[in-house]
Design a protein around this ligand. Structure first.
Ligand code: PLP
Ligand code: COI
Length: 336
C-alpha cells in the first residue's frame, strides 16, 4: 500500500479495501455482505437516479492514544437515517444491520484508520437509495444500503483557523416544510450552485437565510451555525435545518463548561453582536468563522483571525471525548 501522509489529508475520497452492502427486496432486508468493487450495478430506472430517493449519513471513527477505535454517536446517525428514510418513503434499515455494516466496514479497512495525533479520522459514509425501477413518481420497492469509509482531514482547508462565509439571498437550500431536516441528496444538489458562487468569491460556504422571510440565519453550508456571546451558545431554531449531532453534543458540552444555551431564531442583524461564530458538523467539526460577508448588503461581520476562547474550549473537549482522553459520561462513543 502507498504510504498515507496522515497529517496532509484533506476531506476527500480515497479508495479503501472494501465496502459493505445490504439489499431490500421482496419486502425484506437481506444479509450484510462485503464487496471489493467500488462500483454499483444499478437499474437505469432506479428511483434513486430519477426522483432523488436517496439519503446518507456521515460519521467518524477515531483512533485514541490508547489504540482503541471509537465511533462517535452512531446511534444518533441511525435515528436520523431512519427519519430521512421515512421522510422520502424508503424502506428503513433495522439497527442490527446498520451496526453490523458499520463495524464490519471499519474492521475490514483497519489499515486506513488514521493513527492518533495527526488530526485525521476515518469518515464513514452510509447511504440508502431506491434501486428498483419505476417510471411514475412513486417510491421504489427495492433499496440498496451501502457503507464506505475513507480517511479524512479537515473539511474547510483552514482546519481550526477561522474561515469566511457568505450570505446570499439569491438561493435557498430547503423550504420550511420541505426536506431540509432530512439528510437527503436533493438538499445537497440544491446547495451546489450557491456553494460554487461562494467559492468563486473566496468564501468557504454559504450561510443561508430562512427561505420564507430571509430574516433569520439558517443552515451554514454543510454544517450548523452557532454564535457565542455573554457566555451563551446560541444556535438557530428552524424548520429547514438538519439536526446536527455535533451541534447537539456541543450544547451539552457548553452547559458542562458553565455556558447558557439558546436554540431560537437568530435575526441576521444579530451577527453584529456575537463574540465568536462557528460552523459545526461531523466533517466541519468546529470551524471557527472569522468573517461573514452579506453579499447583497455589502456588509461584512468580523470575528478575528484566531479561534475564540469558548470555541476552542468546546473543540478541545469534544475531541478529547472522541479520542477517549476524557470520560465519556453520556456513552457517546462506540468501541470497534
Ligand atoms: N447540516 C448539514 C447540511 C450537513 O450536511 C451536516 C453534516 O452532516 C450537518 C449540518 C452537521 O450534522 P452532524 O453534526 O450530524 O454531522
Ligand atoms: C458531514 O458532516 O458528515 C456531512 O455530511 C457534510 C458534507 C460532507 C456533506
Amino acid at each position: 500500500m502507498q504510504e498515507i501522509n496522515w497529517s496532509e489529508l484533506s476531506f476527500g475520497y480515497m479508495p479503501t479495501d472494501v465496502n459493505v452492502r445490504c439489499e431490500f427486496k421482496d419486502g425484506k432486508w437481506g444479509d450484510v455482505y462485503t464487496c471489493e468493487d467500488p462500483y454499483i450495478n444499478v437499474h437505469m430506472a432506479a428511483t434513486g437516479l430519477h426522483y432523488g430517493q436517496e439519503a446518507f449519513e456521515g460519521m467518524k471513527a477515531f483512533q485514541g492514544k490508547d489504540g482503541k477505535v471509537r465511533v462517535f454517536r452512531m446511534d444518533e446517525n441511525f435515528k436520523r437515517l431512519k427519519n430521512s428514510c421515512e421522510g422520502i418513503l424508503m424502506a428503513d434499515l433495522p439497527w442490527d444491520k446498520f451496526e453490523n455494516a458499520i463495524m464490519t466496514v471499519i474492521k475490514e479497512n483497519k489499515r486506513f484508520i488514521p493513527p492518533y495525533g495527526h488530526g485525521a479520522s476515518l469518515y464513514i459514509r452510509p447511504l440508502i437509495f431506491g434501486s428498483g425501477a419505476q417510471v411514475g413518481v412513486k417510491p421504489s420497492s427495492e433499496y440498496m444500503f451501502v457503507v464506505f469509509v475513507t480517511p479524512v482531514g479537515p473539511y474547510f482547508k483552514e482546519g481550526f483557523k477561522p474561515t469566511s462565509l457568505m450570505i446570499t439571498r439569491e438561493f435557498d437550500r430547503a423550504a420550511p416544510q420541505g426536506t431540509g431536516t432530512l439528510k437527503v441528496g436533493g438538499n445537497y444538489a440544491a446547495s451546489l450552485r450557491s456553494g460554487q458562487l461562494a467559492k468563486e468569491n473566496g468564501y468557504s460556504a454559504v450561510l443561508f437565510l430562512d427561505a420564507k422571510e430571509k430574516k433569520y440565519i439558517d443552515e451554514c453550508g454543510p454544517a450548523n451555525f452557532f454564535g457565542i456571546k455573554n457566555n451563551t451558545y446560541i444556535t438557530p431554531k428552524s424548520p429547514s435545518i438538519l439536526p446536527s449531532i455535533t451541534n447537539m453534543s456541543l450544547q451539552v458540552l457548553a452547559k458542562e463548561l458553565g455556558m447558557e444555551v439558546e436554540v431560537r431564531p437568530i435575526p441576521v442583524e444579530e451577527l453584529d453582536t456575537f463574540e465568536e461564530v462557528g460552523a459545526c458538523g461531523t466533517a466541519a467539526v468546529i470551524s471557527p468563522v472569522g468573517s461573514i460577508m452579506d453579499y447583497e448588503n455589502k456588509k461584512e461581520y468580523k470575528y478575528g483571525t484566531e479561534a475564540g476562547e469558548k470555541s476552542t474550549l468546546l473543540y478541545e473537549k469534544l475531541k478529547r471525548i472522541q479520542n477517549g482522553e476524557e470520560e465519556d459520561k453520556w456513552d457517546w462513543t462506540f468501541l470497534v
